[in-house]
Design a protein. Structure first.
Length: 171
């Protein structure tokens, strides 16, 4: 804050304008709920991506962490949180329903759960897997090379990449 006060007034105006544009122009992707400056994010609109494979993540930082590995070529679904009764977050507070609708469409072959290895992450994996079971898609969870209790955005790229490649099917 003090740094901005020491700058030329134009610097503060530029920052203010940039923040205002960010708030007005950045929105959530209508497909996956990641952030985008258009209706559909660059990942969902990329014809090179495998749209039959969805990776379910908690937040946008997790998308960025997985993208940095260069090991995943499908698309994402950002939940916007995980089920956490202690924090007052239930299934209706995150984007589970739109994920179910995507799978119902019939073009999805696999859903990969890439949620944190915590009680809340496992609860969310279990809840969603039960909702998706009737649709006959392959359900898998990333390999547990990530320490229990760690967040994806803090995991190194090699470990996270191996976790994606060595995921296991949920039966």
């Amino acid at each position: 804050m003090l740094h901005i006060l020491r700058q030329d007034e134009k610097v503060a105006e530029n920052i203010s304008t940039a923040l205002s544009r960010l708030r007005k122009e950045v929105r959530y992707c209508s497909v996956c709920h990641s952030i985008s400056d258009s209706e559909t994010c660059p990942i969902c609109s990329n014809p090179q991506r495998d749209k039959s494979t969805i990776c379910v993540v908690e937040n946008i930082q997790d998308v960025m962490a997985i993208e940095r590995t260069g090991q995943f070529f499908g698309v994402y679904h950002v939940l916007g949180g995980i089920i956490s009764p202690m924090d007052g977050i239930g299934p209706s507070d995150i984007t589970i329903d739109s994920l179910v609708e995507r799978v119902k469409g019939g073009d999805i072959k696999e859903v990969i759960f890439a949620l944190a290895s915590t009680m809340e992450g496992d609860t969310t994996n279990f809840f969603i897997s039960r909702k998706l079971q009737p649709y006959g898609v392959k359900l898998s969870v990333i390999a547990r090379g990530i320490s229990v209790g760690d967040e994806l955005e803090y995991t190194d790229e090699v470990t996270l990449g191996r976790s994606i490649l060595n995921r296991t099917e949920i039966k």
